[in-house]
Design a protein around this ligand. Structure first.
Ligand SMILES: Nc1ncnc2c1ncn2[C@@H]1O[C@H](COP(=O)(O)OP(=O)(O)OP(=O)(O)O)[C@@H](O)[C@H]1O
Length: 240
């Protein structure tokens, strides 16, 4: 397996007086999709926000391509080539799809080939290009959020529960889109939907109560029923 693109080493994060991450260590290999599983409140979002500098780690190291990013401002972390799609998607409902996309690009311009590629991944965005983001369905909003993250080539994309509340047909489209995106970018995916996670992930880490309790290949987890039962009872709402 390739060298990690992102490495967390013994990361502790507090939110106000609450100790949320208690020494998270995790390697994200370069290329493909890597999944962080965990039940509600386990610390998945906090891990992503800590990587992005939206929460500051109290202790521990975070390195991206071998360079320390812990302590940097979020915009500097983004400039390293890391994009973040938060659980609430972070889109601007009062703006059109086009305006949302322009705001996500560094200079407000689009590379026409890149835009064509994004339309191919998410045809609804072309259809609703001039429409307000409020008018999109939940799945289309999620597509817009992901499209914003890939409007320029990134090295790493952190995505928080993209399938939450989506219909199976939309999730199916998401799988194809993620496979395509993962051809050029490493994806760290937070998920509770194990069917989605296992169809995409190369590696998996399971977090519980602010600790990483398992890391390994997704294939090994899929094959090992006993391990799945033990870990998935910790990590998922259900065996979806
Ligand atoms: N802003 C906050 N203030 C106080 N506590 C918080 C805050 N955000 C998160 N927490 C707490 O930190 C813990 C981890 O939350 P986090 O959002 O990282 O979990 P999660 O694994 O992403 O869960 P979910 O699947 O519900 O999003 C939870 O106990 C949560 O209540």
């Amino acid at each position: 397996m390739s060298a990690p693109i992102l490495k967390l080493d013994d990361v502790y994060t507090d939110i106000a007086q609450y100790h949320v991450l208690h020494g998270v260590s995790m390697d994200v290999p370069e290329g493909g999709v890597h999944v962080l599983l965990g039940r509600n409140g386990a610390g998945k979002t906090t891990t992503l926000r800590t990587i992005m500098g939206l929460w500051q780690a109290r202790q521990g190291a975070i390195t991206f391509r071998g360079k320390t990013i812990a302590g940097l401002h979020t915009s500097d972390i983004a400039r390293h080539g890391i994009a973040y799609v938060p659980e609430n998607m972070g889109i601007f409902g009062g703006l059109t799809v086009e305006e949302n996309m322009r705001l996500a690009s560094t200079d407000g311009q689009f590379d026409p080939d890149r835009l064509k590629w994004i339309y191919m991944l998410f045809p609804a965005l072309e259809t609703f290009w001039t429409k307000s983001a409020w008018s999109l369905s939940g799945g289309q909003k999620q597509m817009l959020a992901i499209a914003r993250a890939i409007i320029e080539k990134r090295d790493l994309i952190l995505i928080d529960e993209p399938t939450k509340g989506l219909a199976p047909a939309i999730i199916h489209n998401m799988i194809s889109a993620f496979r395509e995106v993962a051809q050029e970018t490493t994806i760290l995916l937070v998920e509770q939907n194990f069917l989605f996670a296992k169809s995409l992930g190369q590696t998996v880490a399971v977090i519980d109560d602010g600790h990483i309790v398992h890391t390994g290949s997704m294939a090994a987890l899929v094959e090992d029923q006993e391990l799945q039962t033990r870990l998935l009872s910790l990590s998922l709402d259900s065996h979806q």
